[in-house]
Design a protein around this ligand. Structure first.
Ligand code: NAD
Length: 436
C-alpha cells in the first residue's frame, strides 16, 4: 500500500515528527502509528487501512469576533470529520491557545475508535479554536462560540456531526452554540450538540458518566484478575470532572479506599483513606486538594509509585513515561485520562504484568451518555438518572467483555485488543457501504 501520498490540502511536513522525543511527538503521527500497528496485526485490507489513516473531511475556518474594545479579532478554527461510516461524527470542540489541526485530527481518530468500541451508531469527529479562553470576557466567549457555529454550522447537524464540550468549552458554550444553530435552521435543533444544560435537553447522568464508565471497567477487570475491591486501595491523579467523580464512585460502588489524590497544585496521601465528601468540600472551599488537614503532601512521582491496587490517571496525557513507569506498583491502571501512558511506558508496564484498562474503553462512558442525550433529543422524551446509569452499565460491561475476549482470542494486550475490535467494526461498515 502506498502511504506516502497525503490527500490534497494536507501538509505532510506537519506530521513528520517521528524523530521528536516520545513525549513531544505529533499526536496525529502517534494516532497513525497506533492504527498502522493494529492494521498490520489484523491484516486489514490496504484500501481500508488507507481510508482510516486520514480524516474523511476537514473544515478550516477564520472566525471574526468583535472584541469588547471595539476591535475585530480573527480566530482560527477547525472541525475534523474523521470517519462517519457507522453514523454521524461525534466529538468535542476545544478552545486552547496551542490548538493545532494535528491534535484535532488525532482526537477525531480516537473518537472514531472509541464510538465503535462501545458500539455506538456514530463516527468520530473533533473541533477546535485557537484562542485563550482565560483572556476572553463572557461576552467575547459567547460571540466567538456563536461565530464558530455560523462558520461551521452547515458542516454540522444531528444526522451529520454532533459536537460536545471539551477542553475549556462548558455546558454554557454548548447552549449558545445550540441556540445559534437553531436560529440558522429556523427551528429548535437541540440534538446538534450534546453536553447541554439539563434545561436545554441535556441528559441526566452526564456529569459523572466518564468516571462511572471507568468504575464499571475496574469492577470487571478485578473479576478477571480475581482481586477483591472491598477496602482495596486506589490513587487518583487529577481532581476535576473525571477524577473527583471517580473518587466518589470508587467509594460508593466498589467500597474502595482511596489513599491519594492530586490536582494541578499538588498531591495528598493518607494510608487510612481519604473520604470523597471531605476532600471535595476542601477543594470547593480552597480551590485545591492540597492543605487538606487529614493528609500529608507527597510528590506526583510518589503518587504514581504507590503500592495500590488501582492507579487512576485522570488528568493529563503522557504522565506515565519511560522515566517513571518502572516505579509503578499498582496491579491495575485505569486510564480515565486520554493517553496518560506513553507507548514506551505501555510496554514497560506490560513486562511488569500491570493490567491496563485502555483509555478508549475506560473513559468511553462520557461519549456513551452523550449518545443517550442525542437519542433523548431525537425522541423529545427524557430518562431519569437510574435509567441512564443502567443503560450505561450495560454498554460498558459489553464493551469490556468484547475487549477481554479479543485479547484472549488474539493473545494480545488490552490496548491492541480494543483497537482490533474498533477498527474491525469501522472497516466492516465501510466494506458494507462499498467504500473499500
Ligand atoms: P477537568 O479540567 O475537569 O480536570 C482536570 C484535573 O486535572 C483538574 O483537577 C486539574 O487540577 C488536574 N491537573 C492538571 N494538571 C495536573 C497535574 N500536573 N497533576 C495532577 N493533576 C493535574 O478535566 P476532566 O474533564 O476531568 O478530564 C480529565 C481527563 O479525562 C482528560 O484527559 C480528558 O480528556 C479525559 N476525559 C474526560 C471526559 C469527561 O467527560 N470529562 C471524557 C473522556 C475523557
Amino acid at each position: 500500500m502506498n502511504t506516502s501520498t497525503a490527500p490534497v490540502g494536507i501538509n505532510r511536513q506537519n506530521i513528520s515528527a517521528g524523530s521528536l522525543p516520545e513525549i513531544l511527538q505529533n499526536p496525529f503521527t502517534v494516532a497513525q502509528q497506533q492504527l498502522d500497528e493494529a492494521a498490520a496485526y489484523m491484516k486489514l485490507p490496504a484500501s481500508a487501512h488507507e481510508m482510516l489513516r486520514w480524516p474523511l473531511r476537514e473544515l478550516h475556518i477564520m472566525i471574526p469576533v468583535r472584541m469588547d474594545d471595539g476591535n475585530t479579532k480573527i480566530f482560527q478554527g477547525f472541525r475534523v470529520q474523521y470517519n462517519d461510516a457507522r453514523g454521524p461524527c461525534k466529538g468535542g470542540i476545544r478552545y486552547h491557545p496551542a490548538e493545532t489541526i494535528d491534535t484535532v485530527r488525532a482526537l477525531a481518530a480516537w473518537m472514531t475508535w472509541k464510538t465503535a468500541l462501545v458500539d455506538l451508531p456514530l463516527g468520530g469527529g473533533k473541533g477546535g479554536v485557537v484562542c485563550d479562553p482565560k483572556n476572553l470576557s463572557q461576552g467575547e466567549l459567547e460571540r466567538l462560540s456563536r461565530a464558530y457555529i455560523r462558520q461551521a454550522g452547515s458542516f454540522l447537524g444531528p444526522e451529520k456531526d454532533v459536537p460536545a464540550p471539551d477542553l475549556y468549552t462548558s455546558a454554557q458554550v454548548m447552549a449558545w452554540m445550540a441556540d445559534e444553530y437553531s436560529f440558522m435552521q429556523g427551528n429548535n435543533e437541540f440534538g446538534v450538540i450534546t453536553g447541554k444544560p439539563l434545561a436545554l435537553g441535556g441528559s441526566a447522568g452526564r456529569n459523572d458518566a466518564t468516571a462511572r464508565g471507568g468504575i464499571f471497567c475496574i469492577r470487571e477487570a478485578a473479576a478477571v484478575l480475581g482481586i477483591g475491591l472491598e477496602r482495596a486501595t486506589a490513587a487518583i491523579q487529577g481532581y476535576g470532572n473525571a477524577g473527583s467523580h471517580a473518587h466518589r464512585l470508587a467509594e460508593e460502588l466498589l467500597g474502595m479506599k482511596v489513599v491519594a489524590v492530586s490536582d494541578s497544585t499538588g498531591c495528598i496521601y493518607n494510608p487510612d483513606g481519604l473520604f470523597h465528601r471531605d476532600v471535595a468540600a476542601h477543594k470547593k472551599k480552597t480551590g485545591s486538594v492540597t492543605g487538606f488537614p487529614c493528609a500529608v503532601p507527597i510528590t506526583n512521582e510518589n503518587l504514581i509509585s504507590l503500592d495500590v491496587a488501582v492507579l487512576i490517571p485522570a488528568a493529563l496525557e503522557g504522565v506515565i513515561h519511560k522515566e517513571n513507569a518502572h516505579s509503578v506498583r499498582a496491579l491495575m491502571i485505569a486510564e480515565l485520562a486520554n493517553g496518560p501512558l506513553t507507548p514506551e511506558a505501555d510496554s514497560i508496564l506490560r513486562e511488569k504484568g500491570c493490567y491496563v484498562i485502555p483509555d478508549l474503553l475506560c473513559n468511553a462512558g462520557g461519549v456513551t451518555v452523550s449518545y443517550f442525550e442525542m437519542v433523548q433529543n431525537a425522541y423529545g422524551y427524557y430518562w431519569d438518572e437510574d435509567e441512564v446509569h443502567l443503560k450505561l452499565e450495560k454498554k460498558m460491561i459489553t464493551a469490556f467483555r468484547n475487549v477481554h475476549e479479543a485479547s484472549l482470542h488474539h493473545k494480545v494486550h488490552n490496548r491492541r485488543a480494543a483497537y482490533i475490535v474498533a477498527i474491525e467494526r469501522v472497516a466492516e461498515a465501510m466494506k458494507l457501504r462499498g467504500w473499500v
